[in-house]
Design a protein around this ligand. Structure first.
Ligand code: ASP
Length: 347
């Protein structure tokens, strides 16, 4: 335990991965992630002492900042995400750590948050945050988001809530959280639920608890080989993309269907072919809210897709649905087992 001013301090590890929170405008006016996480911690108004920073100067929270990499999150690979999971687990191996914050680009934060939520088995808080405006913007939102995230990670009442996204004053459970605006500071929401709480003047105020979560014991080395692609449904689409993904070695495909989870007879035929080849097809929708279901028939509806082997992904949308398939394939390998396990993880 650290002490400052005679008071036992809670230790929070902040892992940096890049994103807009770490970005500055280059000579062409384009935002590029360049700042180390140490710089972000300083920018959030945190005092630094030899790489160990005290957020409030009262000995309440000590921040240990460490860079994993500095990338735009749209360029992350599954291997990068596995590094984040590994380093979060490593940070939590220290029993004196109260919680972990990951600074992350907003574009794919929902995927990394959900992967972490599936793969970490600890009740201490893990919090993702970032920013919509670069660090050198006059109205940068990163400093406030980072301060809030650190306070939530250090807060004992956040224990047992799973991985959280803390952004623009909202506290959101990982599963079901999605980026809902390209530019606004209010970047994230739970379209099929609501936030778990808020950060008000630096304090966590909880309004609810997350839905039931299942831990998954997947080998991190198995994540990258578990290729899972995403295919869109639109008027006139045929099975070309689905078959091409299978031919490229996909072990899973998430089908982004229309409405409640519908397509057409050509897609149903391709789904049946993929299922026969042992490719897991998860069924989601391009609609913003609501669960998918096998309601419609007629040769191309959701009922036909399910009969052909597609597995409904509940309220998960493409990004997190893909992550679930990757993690299940890494954990269980066998396609039939993965299909059978999917409903357990939908809450
Ligand atoms: N493109 C950026 C990223 O995801 C966007 C952001 O961080 O807000 O890294």
């Amino acid at each position: 335990m650290s002490t400052a001013g005679g008071v036992t301090a809670r230790r929070v590890v902040v892992l940096g991965t890049g994103g807009t929170i770490a970005s500055r405008l280059d000579e062409h006016g384009a935002a590029q992630p360049v700042d180390s996480v140490g710089a972000l911690v300083h920018g959030a108004g945190v005092d630094a002492v030899d790489g160990v920073d005290s957020v409030d100067g009262q000995g309440g929270v000590v921040v240990i900042a460490r860079d994993l990499f500095i990338k735009d999150s749209s360029a992350l690979t599954t291997a990068d995400q596995a590094v984040i999971v590994r380093e979060v687990r490593a940070a939590l191996a220290d029993p004196t750590v109260a919680g972990v914050v990951v600074t992350h680009g907003t574009d794919t934060a929902e995927e990394t948050a959900y992967l972490l939520d599936l793969l970490y088995d600890d009740d201490r808080p893990v919090v993702l945050t970032g920013a919509q405006r670069p660090a050198d913007a006059p109205d940068a939102d990163g400093p406030r988001n980072l301060r809030d995230a650190v306070q939530v990670a250090a807060d004992p009442t956040a224990r047992g809530l799973g991985v959280l996204v803390v952004f623009d004053g909202l506290v959101l459970a990982a599963r079901g959280t999605r980026k809902v605006h390209t530019h606004d500071a209010a970047a994230f929401a739970q379209p099929d639920g609501g936030p778990l709480g808020r950060v008000v003047e630096g304090r966590l105020v909880l309004d609810g608890l997350p839905a039931h979560r299942e831990h998954l014991d997947a080998d991190l080395a198995g994540l990258e080989p578990a290729r899972v692609d995403i295919a869109a449904v639109y008027p006139g689409v045929d099975g070309t993309a689905l078959r091409a993904f299978a031919a490229a070695g996909a072990r899973g495909v998430v089908l982004v269907a229309t409405g409640a989870g519908n397509a057409n007879p050509a897609i149903v035929a391709a789904v049946a072919d993929l299922a026969r080849q042992g490719v897991v097809v998860g069924l989601t929708t391009r609609v913003d809210t609501g669960p998918v279901a096998g309601i419609y028939g007629g040769g191309g509806g959701g009922a036909d897709l399910v009969a052909a082997g597609a597995v409904p992904l509940g309220t998960l949308r493409a990004g997190q649905g893909r992550i679930l398939l990757v993690a299940l394939l890494a954990a269980f390998g066998d396609a039939d087992r993965v299909r059978a396990e999917i409903p357990t993880y939908l809450g």
